[in-house]
Write a protein that binds this ligand. Structure first.
Ligand SMILES: [Zn+2]
Ligand SMILES: [Zn+2]
Length: 734
């Protein structure tokens, strides 16, 4: 990997001395170190660059080095160096951020693993995960910042000493929680004792409302008592304040910090530094927190481990959940993956071998809801039973019996939640005279009608225009919305339920900071009778007075081409169902309505019994027959170009370049390139090529061997219109 990228036009300005800078004097700057700097994969520079230093700084030290005409932050990667360059060709390090302890060895290993696994350059990976502010400061600025941070921490501690925090009582654990804690502890105690430590990964499979968080908190307490640090990850930024408040209350005498993209750069730097220096006891964060250096890491919790947000969707497409498992193994930390609907990969890993699984993870069960709460009764409403709408008429958003059930709730002062996973007023406008539809001129997609500001908006490229008064093609004044989004559903429910207070939560109404919190607060305060929302509302929010949840139009996922669509839909519906009946007083009559044309579909049948196991069994069978994960390993090569032909030509050549190697490795299938589901976005054509492998090591070997040839092919294809390309290992959708 090292200094490996002697690309034709790349290396000259980087790292090596230009002719006008004098060579270092003898005895000074005479030690070679290799340093990672931020270099994207596509620069072709995959490994570290060599510099001269006055001493052999340990790997993990942050330094400032010349790169071209700039001075940038770099990370000492190794003391060894590339012998092909003479000392005189190397530039000296400018300065060292000596006040910052070197990043620990396990952290460096994590970077190496992530870069190798997800096919990115080491420099990109390492720099991407450091706080942005840290990458900008020089040594003097850093020293000043560190002093200020330590002073703030000192003040905080002095304040605490003066006024000791109030200890809150811990609730008695339920018998299920007690059992689970004992099982984890048994494994935990074994950690590090045996010569060969098994990775201690546990799947905590607990229904929504079963008190998984309570288990996390108790395990955290035990880790802290042992002098360890704890990392707790949640899928979404919106869920961090809620959890942070709870954790801070329980651990009032500890330092709890958060790490997510919603922090100011200064906050992020401070929290990261506290973690790295061992000052922070608990780190809460979203996927980027998985890269936090934690010298005393003892426990990693990944809550809602099935959530797609754990996978980064651009740049380095890493899975924070999978990296957490790797980290736990490397650093001897226990890993707890929590979910009511685990991803099928995790489920397969936790399923005992006797039941056809891999038996890699410990499986912990918490099937009951805490308190008297019950999961709502599921009612599959068969839409074919409904009276057909007259010619030219549209079927109502919600069937009559469902509307009546909602009206009953309103009368009793209870709340209902209606889920529709499509925002906007209508997905498309249509002219019935000439057939015109509101397509996006820049994408192969319809523009969505947003009535609130009378715009047509493309949800792919953002292109927005006022709604035309008449059909742009034939002048017909009567252009009508087709289909239904949350905005329209809200309007129609307000009409159908006179006097009801209908609210809406989706990405459109929560764009501004604080808007979501405000909306949620009004639901909690009982100011909303019927809440319309997208999947945003299904996640984690603790609504106490909702006794009816309805899925307005969930059928599309049953027939989606994406093999994970069913898994995601089951998780979403179950999570949504979990929003109802959380209070003992109302739990008895809470209901989940599903409007469907296919009530006999196995997904709905399993849902109606809350039978994740049988759903998972059926899905895993299908995956095994189709050769899909977890029974096969996938990588997607994606290309974007000015024309579809150019995108596919690059992919074709990329396939040819590795064909022989793939055949030699065996068990690898290269699929023909195809356009992506939305083929054109913002005038850029997109195509992809799927690579499927029976064995993961073979897949990774192939990809590693492919890096250089593909980089060269990309250069060659650029004049033909290739814009970008990327490898996505373990893609979420295909
Ligand atoms: Zn028309
Ligand atoms: Zn568009």
């Amino acid at each position: 990997m090292h200094g490996s990228a002697h690309g034709p036009d790349l290396l000259t300005p980087l790292g090596s001395a230009s002719s006008d800078s004098p060579a270092p004097a003898a005895g000074q700057d005479s030690v070679r170190v290799s340093v990672l700097v931020e270099t994207p994969q596509h620069s072709g520079l995959l490994g570290p660059l060599d510099y001269l230093a006055t001493q052999a700084w340990p790997p993990g030290t942050l330094v400032r080095v010349p790169l071209g005409r700039r001075v940038v932050t770099g990370l000492v990667w190794a003391a060894a160096a590339d012998a092909t360059l003479a000392d005189a060709q190397l530039k000296p390090i400018v300065e060292v951020l000596a006040d910052l302890p070197a990043l620990p060895e396990p952290w460096l290993k994590l970077i190496r693993f992530a870069a190798g696994y997800y096919q990115r350059s080491l420099g990109e990976m390492a720099m991407m995960v450091l706080p942005p502010e840290l990458r900008q400061v020089d040594a003097t600025q850093w020293a000043r910042r560190l002093k200020r941070m330590n002073k703030a921490l000192g003040l905080e501690e002095a304040e605490r000493a003066k006024q000791p925090p109030v200890e809150v009582p811990w609730p008695e654990p339920t018998p299920e929680q007690t059992q689970v804690l004992a099982e984890v502890n048994a494994r935990w105690l074994a950690l590090g004792t045996a010569a060969a430590t098994p990775p201690s990964v546990s799947l905590l499979w607990g229904s929504t409302g079963s008190g998984k968080t309570e288990v996390y908190l108790r395990l955290a307490r035990e880790a802290l008592a042992r002098g360890q640090q704890v990392l707790i990850m949640v899928p979404e930024i919106n869920l961090t304040p809620q959890l942070e408040a709870r954790v801070a209350e329980r651990f009032a005498d500890r330092h709890v910090v958060s790490l997510h993209s919603g922090l100011t750069p200064a906050q992020r730097l401070r929290h990261w530094t506290m973690a790295h220096l061992g000052q922070a006891d608990i780190v809460l964060g979203t996927r980027l927190a998985v890269f936090t250096p934690l010298p005393r890491l003892g426990l990693i919790v990944v809550d809602e481990e099935h959530d797609p947000s754990y996978k980064q969707q651009d740049g380095a497409r890493y899975s924070a959940r999978d990296l957490a498992v790797y980290r736990g193994h490397q650093e001897g930390a226990a890993v707890i993956l929590g979910s009511a609907t685990p991803s099928l990969e995790t489920w397969h890993n936790a399923l005992p071998v006797a039941e056809g699984g891999a038996g890699r993870y410990q499986r912990l069960l918490m099937p009951s809801r805490v308190g008297q709460g019950h999961m709502p009764k599921v009612r599959l409403f068969d839409l074919s039973q409904q009276a057909k709408p007259g010619p030219g008429q549209e079927a109502p958003a919600l069937a009559k019996p469902l509307l009546e059930a909602i009206a009953e709730r309103i009368e009793r002062g209870e709340q209902s939640l209606v889920l529709l996973n499509r925002r906007g007023y209508a997905p498309v406008l249509h002219c019935s005279d000439c057939g015109w539809k509101s397509g996006c001129p820049h994408c192969s997609a319809w523009r969505v009608f947003h009535k609130v500001d009378r715009t047509l908006r493309c949800h792919h490229c953002g292109f927005t225009e006022r709604v035309p008064r008449a059909c742009p093609d034939c002048g017909n004044q009567d252009i009508a919305p087709v289909g239904r989004g949350t905005e329209r559903l809200e309007e129609q429910l307000a009409e159908a339920l006179p006097g009801a207070r209908v609210g809406r939560i989706d990405a459109d109404v929560t764009k501004h900071k604080g808007a979501l919190e405000e909306k949620l607060a009004s639901v909690h305060a009982g100011e909303v009778d019927v809440l319309v929302g997208t999947q945003m509302v299904a996640k984690g929010h603790d609504f106490r007075r909702i006794t009816l949840v309805a899925a307005a139009n969930p059928d599309a996922a049953l027939f989606a081409s994406d093999f994970r669509a069913a898994e995601r839909q089951f998780a979403l519906l179950l999570q949504a169902a979990g929003r109802a009946g959380r209070d003992a007083g109302v739990a008895g009559h809470s209901e989940m309505w599903v409007q469907t044309w296919h009530p006999a579909h196995p997904l709905y049948q399993a849902l109606s019994r809350y039978d994740f196991e049988s759903f998972a069994r059926q899905q895993l069978q299908e995956r095994e027959q189709a050769g899909l994960p977890p029974y096969a390993h996938l990588a997607m090569l994606r290309a974007e170009a000015k024309t579809q032909a150019a995108a596919q030509a690059f992919l074709d050549q990329a396939a040819q370049a590795v064909e022989a190697h793939a055949a030699q490795l065996g068990g690898i299938l290269l699929y023909p390139p195809v356009p992506t589901a939305v083929q054109k976005v913002a005038n850029v054509e997109r195509a992809q090529m799927l690579i499927e492998a029976e064995m993961r090591p073979a897949l990774l070997r192939l990809l590693q061997a492919a890096t250089q040839p593909w980089l060269a092919l990309a250069q060659k294809n650029r004049p033909n219109g290739l814009i970008r390309w990327a490898v996505d290992v373990d893609p979420l959708s295909i």
